[in-house]
Design a protein around this ligand. Structure first.
Ligand code: AHR
Length: 498
């Protein structure tokens, strides 16, 4: 019997809802078709946003959405995407699939989408190929209330009131697709560009995010912080980190999303657990400069990256999603919770039809992926207080190099006054008998839900309900102890009344 120790009296930090954030890029069928179909589409929509997708995203309480990229952001010129649609520039999306980008989804449409979702806005600015003036004017266009050239232009384009920018990214992957820069050079550019990301309304702070490292490039983190550090209070509210989970670790041969074996299962989950080390080591560097943890680690791209589905445009990054992805999501969301003192936002890549998507669409059809179901189980953590917990684990796997702990967990005290336990069992063969002990806290009742299935189980447009959550009743309560069995290959949420 594995013991799960929970001490509700020891609070470890606030869980920002933004830890369950999402990312939307002008890539493949993410924005166009996946979200935006236009007002004249036969697909039911409100102001062009497809209703089925918006409803599904509202159900998981999407807290924040990042846009317009990704690599696309450092080639995006925002003025191309405002004003009458018939006059907007058409161009080739050189990064992604070489398709025509007609700019029919621009700033106004993104803000309308966030309004419908009721989520915070995260705009990623262009440092790689854009000017300081362009960035500064975009911020003015979106947020300035009074009389100014850009505020007047916004009003002329039909939006009288300014919008909120909750987060603003000063460039994306500037070590790569965003300009192939050295960290010292980017650090200097960051100092300059961020100066003109003005907070026009002192009551609505724009949180500025610097481009952080790719995976384990600790040199980047060190040098960017060293270059920018003495730059004054509020110069940086967050620093990003990108880490994708590849089953093979090889970008040229990533492996299939659907056709994989048990070894690949464990290799993938081993790869995803590297996130723990990345948070610790980048966090340790950040601690040197920012011991009070005022600068958030923003993991604004994470998730699985497989070979594209056979027969699809390689530049569209469309992949299916199985129970393996559900486990990847559960393991990472537990890690983010456990490090909520430093990790302040995380955005899975990407929200619809791209990489580890929570939703897939095909024409008018839509399915919720196993990853969507994991987010649905974890949403109760949003805005909760992390409480101390630990679980006894066993090493599981098939190859010495790719052994992993069977269980991960995190526990929060929710806004509803209940304790929320989320737990993953990554073993493909063994259930885990668990005794949860709540220190000095008698338990009144427990309600639980489970997501489980074959490792390759997934939802298709023909069979959209193959994988879904179900009620989990095999839980017994005695005093301050709760016992249950987590089946192999499962994600669980326990709502504990105390
Ligand atoms: O999410 C797909 C791409 O991955 C993004 O555009 C880029 O930032 C990253 O390399």
């Amino acid at each position: 019997m594995a013991k799960l120790y929970v001490n509700p009296n020891v609070k470890k930090g606030h869980i920002n809802p933004e830890l369950q954030g999402h990312f939307s890029e002008h890539l493949g069928r993410c924005i166009y078709e996946g979200i935006f179909v236009g007002e004249n589409s036969d697909i039911p929509n409100v102001n062009g946003m497809r209703t089925d997708v918006v409803e599904a995203l509202k159900e998981i309480q999407v807290p924040v959405l990042r846009w317009p990229g990704g690599c696309f952001a450092d080639e995006y010129h925002w003025m191309d995407g405002i004003g009458p649609k018939e006059k907007r520039k058409k161009m080739i999306n050189t990064h992604w699939g070489g398709v025509v980008e007609d700019n029919s989804f621009g700033t106004h449409e993104f803000m309308e989408l966030c309004r419908q979702l009721g989520c915070k806005t995260y705009i990623n600015g262009n440092v790689g190929s854009g000017t300081v003036q362009e960035m500064s004017e975009w911020v003015e266009y979106m947020t300035f209330q009074g009389v100014s050239p850009m505020a007047d232009l916004r009003k002329a384009n039909g939006h009288e009131e300014p919008w909120n920018i909750d987060y603003f990214g000063v460039g994306n992957e500037n070590w790569g697709c965003g300009g192939n820069m050295r960290p010292e050079y980017y650090g200097d550019l960051y100092r300059r560009y961020q100066t003109y990301v003005r907070n026009y309304d002192s009551k609505k702070q724009i949180n500025k995010i610097a481009c952080g490292a790719n995976a384990d490039d600790y040199h980047w983190t060190e040098k960017v912080l060293e270059t920018t550090f003495d730059h004054g209070n509020g110069y940086m509210n967050g620093m990003s980190l990108h880490y994708y989970t590849l089953p093979t670790g090889d970008w040229n041969k990533k492996g299939s999303a659907l056709d994989f074996d048990e070894k690949s299962w464990y290799r993938t989950l081993k790869a995803t657990l590297k996130m723990k080390e990345l948070i610790q080591r980048h966090g340790a560097i950040m601690d040197q400069y920012d011991p009070e943890k005022k600068i958030g680690m923003m993991i604004d791209e994470w998730g699985t990256w497989y070979d594209v589905e056979p027969g699809t445009n390689p530049g569209f990054l469309y992949q299916q999603n199985t129970m393996r992805d559900a486990l990847v999501a559960g393991i990472n969301l537990n890690l983010f919770n456990k490090n909520c003192d430093r990790v302040k936002m995380a955005n899975i890549a990407q929200v619809v039809n791209v990489l580890q998507a929570v939703i897939l669409t095909e024409g008018e059809k839509m399915v919720k992926t196993p990853t969507w179901h994991t987010f649905n189980l974890y949403k109760y953590h949003q805005d909760g207080e992390l409480v101390e917990s630990s679980v006894e684990t066993r090493e599981v796997g098939l190859e010495e190099k790719y052994m992993i702990p069977d269980l991960t967990e995190s526990v929060s005290l929710g806004k509803d006054g209940r304790l929320h336990v989320t737990l993953t069992n990554a073993s493909l063969t063994d259930k885990a008998d668990i005794e949860a002990i709540f220190a000095e806290t008698p338990v009144k009742s427990v309600k639980a839900e489970i997501l489980t299935g074959d490792m390759k189980a997934h939802n298709t447009f023909e069979a959209p309900e193959q994988v879904h959550t179900g009620e989990f009743t095999a839980v017994s309560v005695s005093g301050n102890k709760v016992t249950f069995t987590a089946p192999a290959c499962s994600v669980l949420h326990l709502e504990v009344e105390i």
